[in-house]
Design a protein around this ligand. Sequence first.
Ligand SMILES: NC(=O)c1ccc[n+]([C@@H]2O[C@H](COP(=O)([O-])OP(=O)(O)OC[C@H]3O[C@@H](n4cnc5c(N)ncnc54)[C@H](OP(=O)(O)O)[C@@H]3O)[C@@H](O)[C@H]2O)c1
Length: 271
Amino acid sequence: MDFNNLFGVEGKVVCVTGGGGGIGRGIAGAFVAGGARVYITSRSDLQEAADELAEEGPGECIPLRTDLSNDEEITALGRTLDEREGKLDVLVNNAALGGFIHRFGELPMAEWDAMTTVNLRAPFALTQTCLPLLRAAANSAVHASVINIASVDGVRIAGDNDWAYGMGKAGLIHLTRQLAGLAGNKHGREGGHNITFNAVAPGPFPGMLDRYLETEEGRAAVGAVTVSGRVGKPEDIGAACIYLASRAGSYVSGVLLPVDGGLLVGKRANS
Ligand SMILES: NC(=O)c1ccc[n+]([C@@H]2O[C@H](COP(=O)([O-])OP(=O)(O)OC[C@H]3O[C@@H](n4cnc5c(N)ncnc54)[C@H](OP(=O)(O)O)[C@@H]3O)[C@@H](O)[C@H]2O)c1
């Protein structure tokens, strides 16, 4: 068995939304280290992050500024990827908004709309926009891969009133299954293409939780909700994405892969 071929991503074209920091940076870094050409997007200028990530090469990292709450910018992102590459091997829908914690009865619906737009609507819109590029990358021997970064909060009932966040992540998990079932990997059959659609559910990680992770006590308290007893490292998610996008994961579609230190099976899953 050729182990490098099994987990290899060299030469693949990858887009990681929200790839400049937190979990997205861990995902982008893993693909760059594996020799892929990785486009990272966010509303901010990511040139510095892209330059730092490129140092993890042999792969490359290219920043593209995109506001995923804007349909025209989603279309423009797809057009840019088409003009530059003509194909897309891996799309990682990672960008999301966190926060907006309110007791039931007090959630401003504008916040619900803003969060749902970025966390659920945008992954659908971008995947739809990139579909021709994913189809161009896939053939009967090599799959293209869409990876939606969901959350354990799309599975459990989190105790912190994250209404729109949990609902959006649960929707993203269901959307992943729908896409796998309806647009997935039936290469050679009518209407089918060799594209896999999977979701990853992170437990506690740097990024959205940074404000809780500044002290040793904070990190210990956050890590305590897992069975592992620690906060995740961004490369833990990067490794899961490499598996799903490489030959190793080519027969895996429609799954939710928790990367959560055992949180969902631990005693405190609903706290
Ligand atoms: N960290 C955790 O503990 C944890 C746990 C479970 C799930 N997750 C999931 O993991 C993913 C990454 O989270 P993270 O913790 O790394 O979060 P983060 O550090 O807050 O990163 C989120 C990224 O999304 C981008 N973003 C937000 N709104 C955007 C918009 N309208 N258009 C384009 N980009 C936008 C942000 O960039 P700009 O602000 O520059 O646009 C940022 O790069 C998310 O899907 C999150 O829900 C995280």
